[in-house]
Design a protein around this ligand. Structure first.
Ligand SMILES: [Zn+2]
Length: 440
């Protein structure tokens, strides 16, 4: 060994200065190469999980990019992060975890892997059983505090919708976050060839949109009576997200029937008005008489019938009143039935718009005929004591969507016209809208 060192020293002394320098450098490099063990960091890809110690506010600012969001942070090295974030990494008490749902996962199988208490998981699943519908590829992320308790769970249901469950005391409160799409207005117009429904459907409106039009005009127009070559022009707004139509909103409609134009234009309050700011809806009177009378039998779906003793629902209100009291229509409508019928005696049914029907029983005289149009407050009959009764009274029913309701307590549609400042604003706004409603 000594000889080897002596030989090296001899050789070293015989070499030039430059050679000596180079030998030293080479020795140092060789030494480091021999002792250096490269540190390889294995990124765990199982379950696509990534643990991050980021502050809550940072996480919430993350763009929602579907399952790809998982790659956002792996491409950012520490020195690209602002210094504050790097230091926060070590000190922040809360940590955020992300997870992409794969086959066979359940909420509890996922969260128990991360040592989240079963009681926390139960708090979530007990109240929100939608967690049974987790789908492959959806993203879950959650925040735990330094003692491991779940603080927040975010479930990205789709690119558009995220459901957020925040711990508040001993439960989780759900909120929704929606990614906004873009709204585009368009005009859809045409002429009738066939029914209104088939013609507008062919022009590109959906059934829901067509129903919205029919409903808006329910008091103005009988769509069955529109004829060939009547025209329509519809201003509609569609929301697009990921180049798909998400929803639509009807803004304005013009229908020309014969020589008459009908307009329905949505105002700030969400209701439709005509070109003068008059409501397209119709109001209802609470009582079918000018004067008010004593109620002798109330609306009761479990009533014991006074004559038969059986439980027979009383689907209307009985007003005790003298024979020959004027009975009026409670809203604009069309008479459906006016005839004598056994226990109801002389009775009448009137349809109001598409959803409402009223019935009047035990009358003495019927003053209108089936098919006849009546106005709100118009005299339609005289009260009586016909049919099965215990005394003179008017039995009055109100049906909404084929269901009898209590006419004294149900919320009745009101139909107020725009007035004053609201009307002026509406009228100035609709000029631009009306000029767009052309027929092609
Ligand atoms: Zn009755």
């Amino acid at each position: 060994m000594q000889r080897i060192i002596q030989t090296i020293f001899l050789a070293y002394n015989n070499t030039s200065r430059i050679h000596r320098m180079m030998m030293v450098i080479l020795t140092v490099i060789t030494f480091f190469a021999a002792i250096f063990r490269p540190f390889i960091y294995y990124f765990k890809h199982e379950h696509n999980v990534k643990n991050m110690a980021l502050a809550t506010h940072q996480f919430q600012a993350m763009p929602l990019k579907g399952s790809k969001a998982i790659d956002i942070y792996s491409s950012i090295s520490d020195d690209e992060l602002p210094q504050d974030d790097v230091t926060q990494k070590d000190t922040d008490a809360e940590s955020t975890h992300e997870y992409i749902i794969s086959s066979g996962d359940t909420l509890s199988s996922i969260l128990t892997q991360y040592n989240i208490e079963m009681s926390d998981i139960a708090l979530l699943t007990k109240k929100h059983n939608d967690f049974r519908n987790l789908k492959i590829g959806q993203q879950l992320s959650w925040i735990i505090n330094d003692s491991g308790a779940l603080q927040q769970l975010r479930w990205e249901v789709s690119r558009r919708e995220t459901r957020i469950f925040n711990r508040i005391g001993s439960s989780f409160k759900e909120s929704h976050q929606w990614q906004q799409g873009t709204w585009y207005n368009s005009i859809i117009s045409g002429r009738l060839s066939g029914s209104f429904i088939s013609s507008t459907y062919e022009a590109g409106l959906s059934r829901t949109e067509i129903d919205a039009i029919i409903k808006a005009f329910q008091w103005q127009l009988d769509f069955k009576k529109l004829s060939h070559d009547d025209s329509f022009s519809v201003l509609i707004s569609h929301e697009y997200f990921d180049s798909k139509k998400i929803q639509s909103q009807l803004l304005a409609v013009r229908i020309r029937s014969g020589r008459k134009d009908y307009y329905a234009i949505r105002a700030e309050d969400g209701k439709f008005y005509d070109q003068y700011g008059a409501s397209l809806g119709r109001g209802f009177m609470r009582f079918p008489t000018i004067k008010q009378f004593r109620i002798s039998s109330n609306f009761n779906l479990h009533r014991v019938h006074p004559l038969t003793g059986r439980i027979v629902p009383h689907k209307g209100i009985d007003f005790a009143m003298p024979i020959d009291t004027p009975v009026v229509a409670v809203s604009d409508g069309e008479v459906l039935i006016a005839k004598y019928s056994g226990s109801a005696g002389y009775y009448m049914a009137v349809r109001h718009g598409r959803q409402y029907t009223t019935r009047y029983m035990h009358l003495k005289n019927l003053l209108v005929k089936p098919g006849q149009k009546v106005k709100c407050g118009e005299l339609i009959a005289l009260s009586g004591n016909s049919g099965r009764t215990t005394g003179p009274h008017l039995h009055f029913e109100l049906w909404i969507n084929q269901e009898a309701v209590n006419p004294l307590t149900v919320k009745l549609p009101n139909a107020k016209n725009l007035i004053g400042k609201e009307r002026r604003m509406y009228l100035s706004k609709i000029k631009a809208v009306m000029s767009q409603l052309q027929f092609n």
